[in-house]
Design a protein around this ligand. Sequence first.
Ligand code: ZN
Ligand code: ZN
Length: 259
Amino acid sequence: MTIDFPCVNCDGPIPWVRKKVYCTPFCREQAKHIRWMRSTIERGVWEDPEIAEARLIRIAHLNSGGYMPLGRRISIESRYAIYEKYNDLCASCGVNALNGEIDHISGSSNSLDNLQLLCSKCHREKTLANIHPIPEDSLRRKEIKILHDEIRARINSPKPIRDCDNHLSWSEKELEITKARRVEYHQHLLSFIQPLMIEKMNVKTIAKKLNDAKVSTYSGRGSWSRERVRELIADNGFTIEYSPRTHQSEYTPFQRDPL
Ligand SMILES: [Zn+2]
Ligand SMILES: [Zn+2]
């Protein structure tokens, strides 16, 4: 009962358990940086020193496989523990770092002894100091060249090459694509629910059948609720009329006025 949707950033398949428009956090991050770079060109600030520095950091994160691979995400509990351990002060220069960053001292382990609190300035300096040229002979170098060529083409194209490159319209377009994919997935489930609808099963019973058969919801998370089943039925073009007397429901196709 699955259906494959391509990643909006790379056209690769999206793992079913994570029904998003991107296949990986890396693709989400790459597209986000491309939109940001395109916006800096449009705003005429590409050459500004702070923008150039921010660009270098973003590119370095992509070079190393993305800033926030899932394993790197720090739990709220660890965040609190680190703020407490450092009394809200920067571990490097001692200023108040309430608005600073939790830094991985080295590598990407999330254990408390590998985390420290840094103010934004020290964090940025450390990040910049850690950017090293990629060794000439490394295997990664070839992959990175391909990545950079792609990013260059996508930021320099006068018209956005992908929908997710368009910093002006993407947030709206992402909602649109998410909805279109949900409708497509729900229509794909019609063969499962149609016999149940013909039997006039109510929404609650259909939800139970879907859960018993372990049919995934569109988000891939949680079980089928009555609300989700109503959406599933609406996406297939039917209205629902429930009769409290019989506990049955009638399903009628929407009437579309051709005029
Ligand atoms: Zn992708
Ligand atoms: Zn500092």
